[in-house]
Ligand binder design. Structure first.
Ligand SMILES: [Fe+2]
Length: 568
């Protein structure tokens, strides 16, 4: 049975699963070029069918997530979603109408699903699907947090674990606590949308003049630059209370915003960021400790946008009661299409385990498509018949301090570039870091980069397990072992933490490249940042790559077996 999962909200997308295999998954932004696109995932669905060489008739079931009031409303009137997208991304003038729409959004999203909204959502989605050729296919709907939970549980590889989901809001909830045991998922508690850690952090991001649901990582990075505030003097600590597996916010979301605004008035931005980060860490950790105790679990798997916070994830992993932790790599709503497909596969076929060794679920491109694109843009290239030669050449460039754009195989699913659509450089240079941040990618200066590192060199990190598997998905921070910082000046935060990707033999060409870098430099480590301009989605096709290469004026790009050099 082949199941198509779809998600038509923030970071829309589609995914196909069959038996226990994830066959394909992609987000609309990669195809439309609009970061975190919110539209109906037409392009993603087409990409699924094209890649797998299927027609709509080959799909047995379709599964979607979230039928709450606001989601249903935007399915009926997609222009509302588009307007809010423009406000959230600050692509429209600030004005009283924008403020009003924003207030309306927070008010409406708290209204949970009902039988009526589920029926209406079904009718509206089926209409869109019929227009794409899906005639009378069964359509199932699954709760927002069940989809997050399914993705975490079924990919975790754990036999028995605590499942925690935390996000802004979906289907009236901002979180759920479940136990995954003997292949079954049991929910033991839910956190209401009013008591949302995710919305709290969204407000903080917004008040710091950043884009909520997008720039939360910048808030976390900025927090490092604050003079610390003790918990007892942190006015945000009283905004939430955690008791057992219950969370209670002192204010509703709109009042919370006003309260945070008052706090910001009294503190500089970096201290405001610090206090918010510290509050999030303390409260989430308290919740997890209580949940572990209540469920007697030693392993934990997490999903939902709050777990994009790698500092929170680091603290979870360091908890004494935690033997192992897993964060679903596409933890935000962008992962819901796959979560919905998995939830359906669980319900219909009882499948609750997936082989989950990588996230390369997107498209790849053959030599002809690449040559056509390079010629179209008049780019100068050399084709290497011998891949080893290409790897040697690329490693030599990196070791000599060059920045190399690297495009190989199937595109990554989720927010991280993991060596298939990456920009690579030496990891030990602050100069390269600054050049990359300020000139090439146009990111803020205080946002750290991350490294890819050979499994055998993972000893640089404290609290890492002694033997593989290590974190392959860049989902959590690690503290560095003493003396390691000088090796990684370009990829550590001011607090001395780092978010590494462990690279093993399974990674094929990327592994060979790191081995060669190690042979030349003594260190099996490179700076790895996503192949895109800041504010754009990760590149998907050779065309996207060529355009980014030209726009940045970089000197080198490796795309499959082709080395592209800048034409003067
Ligand atoms: Fe969510």
């Amino acid at each position: 049975m082949r199941i198509l999962g779809i998600w038509d909200g923030h970071d829309a997308g589609a995914a196909v699963v069959s038996e226990g295999t994830i066959e394909f998954a992609i987000n609309e932004e990669r195809l439309s070029g609009r970061k975190l696109d919110v539209g109906f995932p037409t392009l993603s669905i087409e990409a699924c069918l094209n890649y797998l060489n299927l027609t709509p008739d080959d799909i047995d079931h379709i599964s979607s997530s979230t039928t709450d009031f606001s989601k249903t409303l935007t399915r009926a009137a997609p222009s509302l979603k588009e307007q809010y997208y423009m406000i959230r991304r600050r692509k429209t003038e600030q004005g009283s109408m924008s403020a009003l729409k924003k207030k309306a959004k927070y008010f409406l999203t708290e209204i949970g699903p009902s039988r009526l909204t589920e029926i209406a959502s079904g009718v509206l989605l089926k209409k869109r699907l019929r227009a794409m050729g899906f005639k009378d296919k069964p359509l199932l709907h699954f709760d927002h947090h069940l989809c997050h939970a399914a993705s975490a549980a079924f990919c975790s590889g754990f036999d028995r674990c605590l499942i925690l989901t935390l996000d802004g809001i979906g289907d009236g909830l901002s979180g759920s606590v479940s136990v995954f045991e003997e292949g079954r998922l049991h929910r033991v508690a839910a956190i209401s949308g009013r008591d949302s850690f995710g919305i709290f952090f969204e407000h903080v991001t917004n008040l710091l003049n950043m884009r909520e649901l997008e720039d939360e990582g910048k808030v976390m990075a900025l927090a490092d630059y604050a003079y610390p505030v003790e918990d007892s003097k942190n006015p945000m600590m009283e905004l939430f209370s955690v008791s057992g597996v219950n969370v209670a916010a002192r204010y509703g979301s709109l009042e919370m915003y006003e309260r945070l605004k008052k706090i910001l008035w009294r503190y500089p931005s970096e201290q405001f960021a610090f206090m918010a980060q510290r509050t999030l860490e303390a409260k989430v950790i308290a919740l997890i400790e209580n949940a572990l105790h209540a469920t007697r679990c030693k392993y934990i798997a997490m999903s939902g946008g709050v777990f994009s916070n790698i500092r929170v994830n680091m603290l979870v992993d360091e908890l004494k009661g935690v033997t192992g932790s897993f964060i679903f790599p596409h933890m935000g709503d962008g992962g819901l299409a796959l979560g919905a497909a998995m939830a359906a596969n669980y319900k219909l076929n009882n499948i609750s385990r997936y082989e989950f060794n990588d996230v390369f679920f997107g498209p790849d491109f053959g030599s002809q498509a690449i040559v056509d694109t390079l010629n179209k843009y008049n780019l100068k290239y050399t084709k290497y018949e011998d891949a080893d030669e290409l790897i040697k050449e690329t490693a030599a460039l990196i070791a000599a301090g060059q920045i190399v754009f690297w495009f190989q195989g199937r595109m990554e699913y989720g927010p991280r570039a993991l060596g298939h659509r990456s920009i690579l450089a030496m990891a030990n240079s602050e100069e390269i870091k600054n050049h990359l941040n300020l000139r090439l990618k146009m990111r803020v200066w205080y946002q750290p980069f991350c490294p890819s590192i050979l499994d055998e060199d993972f000893r640089y990190f404290a609290a890492a397990p002694e033997t593989p598997p290590f974190d392959k998905f860049m989902t959590r921070g690690y503290r560095l072992m003493p003396g390691a910082a000088s090796e990684m000046k370009g990829v550590i935060s001011l607090a001395g933490t780092c978010r590494p990707q462990a690279v093993s033999e399974r990674d094929g060409r990327y592994y060979s490249l790191l081995r060669e870098v190690k042979r030349l430099t003594g260190r099996g480590i490179v700076l790895n940042t996503s192949f895109n301009l800041h504010g754009d989605p990760l590149v998907c096709s050779p065309e996207d790559a060529a355009k980014t290469f030209i726009a940045t004026n970089n000197d080198y790009m490796v795309i499959e077996n082709f080395m592209v050099t800048r034409t003067p």
